[in-house]
Design a protein around this ligand. Structure first.
Ligand code: MG
Ligand code: ZN
Length: 206
């Protein structure tokens, strides 16, 4: 399920496929909350996240920046999908005001036991984003704070990066249980620095 795009446009079908940056929301861009982010008053940006998205926005060539978020409180009857969309619009507005951009938002509103194809660890939202934005999954990354983000990334064929913000620092045991060994960085700012450094290396390569 997708909301309307904000800045960049999807490519023409003939356009070469390109890398994208997929991002989780809670625990990566805004702080995770044990009882869910239910209102604008619950929105607190992770320190450095807005500045990091502004830096990512200046990467050239521009990467599509696609957010993929599980919002089970909708399926649990705790929150309306409209409320989730209001919160997402607020997040996108704040990101834009800080000089960043998120091109599209994908939401799984389903209950964890609904068996849908979009709730992470399933790769549905990433696959949808890839189809809609002409994304080369094998050249893309997914930045998340939970083992389920890492699983979704791997299932979609993208490189997963775990941040230690949100749930990230507490995921060590779960990652070990699942046999997952993602790259781990302190936060979104560090993940963006990593990506920009790698892009610079590629740009300068002979
Ligand atoms: Mg998260
Ligand atoms: Zn779903």
């Amino acid at each position: 399920m997708a909301s309307s795009p904000t800045a960049a446009r999807p490519p023409e079908p003939s356009t070469l496929r390109r890398p994208a940056v997929f991002l989780d929301r809670d625990g990566v861009i805004i702080e995770n909350r044990a009882d869910y982010v239910r209102s604008l008053a619950d929105v607190a940006f992770v320190p450095g996240a807005l500045a990091a998205l502004a830096r990512l926005n200046h990467a050239r060539p521009a990467w599509p920046i696609l957010m993929a978020t599980n919002q089970s409180p909708v399926g649990r009857g705790l929150l309306s999908l409209e409320s989730v969309q209001v919160i997402n619009r607020f997040v996108l507005e704040r990101v834009q005001a800080a000089g960043g951009r998120i091109d599209q938002v994908y939401v799984c509103p389903h209950h964890p036991e609904a068996g849908c194809a979009c709730r992470k660890p399933a790769p549905g939202m990433l696959l949808q984003g890839a189809a809609e934005w002409g994304v080369d999954l094998s050249a893309s990354v997914f930045i998340g704070d939970a083992a389920s983000d890492i699983q979704a990334g791997l299932a979609a064929g993208v490189r997963p990066i775990l941040v230690r913000t949100g749930l990230g620092a507490a995921q060590t045991a779960e990652l070990a249980r699942l046999g997952l060994t993602p790259q781990i960085v302190p936060d979104l700012a560090a993940a963006v620095s990593l990506l920009l450094d790698e892009a610079a290396v590629h740009t300068n390569a002979p």
